[in-house]
Design a protein around this ligand. Structure first.
Ligand code: PEP
Length: 246
């Protein structure tokens, strides 16, 4: 039985005041029957680490550099994230792929860099609406995951995978539980061909998860929790989703 994981992706939202309220709202609602984490903007890692220290809520970042250090203006290395106690880093979010031109290979390199520093990469894969309508969903997600599998070799079993259909992110459109499960089963099968640990690996669903659809999504056999965007910004909604996972 895999333990569920719920991760909040704050994206580029937050302020000292809003973060303090959100984090204390989450902490006060503990304990949860699932693992819970928040991936916050870089400048807020420090205060999140302080606010969550001593709790079982984990924290992480939303991106990292594939490089260890050097002349890469504006980038943040995984060793820096490790210094702030990050447990996770999201890599390959569709917003990074679309707005920053991140390739499958770059995403794979970032995942590898994260694991080399003991940080679990949450590797996002997902198809656009046009790709779904063209019947390419399976091809696209397998290609994206394949690049990471090749880069990680013997560490494949250590990553978290997040299936996030691009057409469902921030749109209010959610994949039906059956649509999501079908893709999760494809991803699990691909992981099984790569590692004996596949049955124990966490595959999250992301894309307009809300308190009212979380239970049915998380009830699918290969959906092990969620990567939550908009609904992670309100403590009451995020807490309800965490409870739905427990
Ligand atoms: C996300 O950005 O990872 C996400 C799933 O966003 P939302 O829940 O708002 O669709």
């Amino acid at each position: 039985m895999r333990r569920k994981l719920v991760v909040g992706n704050w994206k580029m939202h937050g302020s000292h005041k809003a973060n303090a309220e959100l984090l204390s709202g989450i902490c006060e609602a503990r304990p949860f029957g699932a693992d819970v984490a928040v991936c916050v903007p870089f400048p807020y890692l420090s205060e999140s680490a302080v606010a969550l220290a001593g709790s079982d809520i984990r924290w992480g970042a939303q991106d990292c550099s594939a490089h260890e250090q050097g002349a890469y203006t504006g980038e943040v290395s995984v060793s820096m994230l490790a210094e702030f106690g990050c447990r996770y880093v999201i890599v390959g979010h569709s917003e990074r792929r679309a707005y920053h031109g991140e390739s499958d290979q770059l995403v794979a390199d970032k995942a590898k860099a994260a694991l080399a520093r003991g940080i679990t990469p949450i590797v996002c894969v997902g198809e656009t609406l046009a790709q779904r309508e063209a019947g390419e969903t399976e091809t696209v997600v397998k290609r994206q995951l394949s690049a990471v599998i090749h880069a990680l070799t013997h560490c494949v079993g250590e990553m978290v995978v997040a299936y996030e259909p691009v057409w469902a992110i921030g749109t209010g459109l959610t994949a039906t539980p059956e649509q999501a499960q079908a893709v999760h089963a494809v991803l699990r099968a691909q992981l099984k061909a790569a590692t004996p640990k596949a049955d124990g690996m966490t595959i999250l669903y992301g894309g307009s998860v809300k308190p009212d659809n979380a239970v049915t999504l998380f009830g699918q056999p290969d959906i092990d929790g969620g990567l939550i965007g908009g609904a992670a910004l309100k403590a009451a909604d995020f807490v309800a989703i965490c409870r739905a996972a427990g």
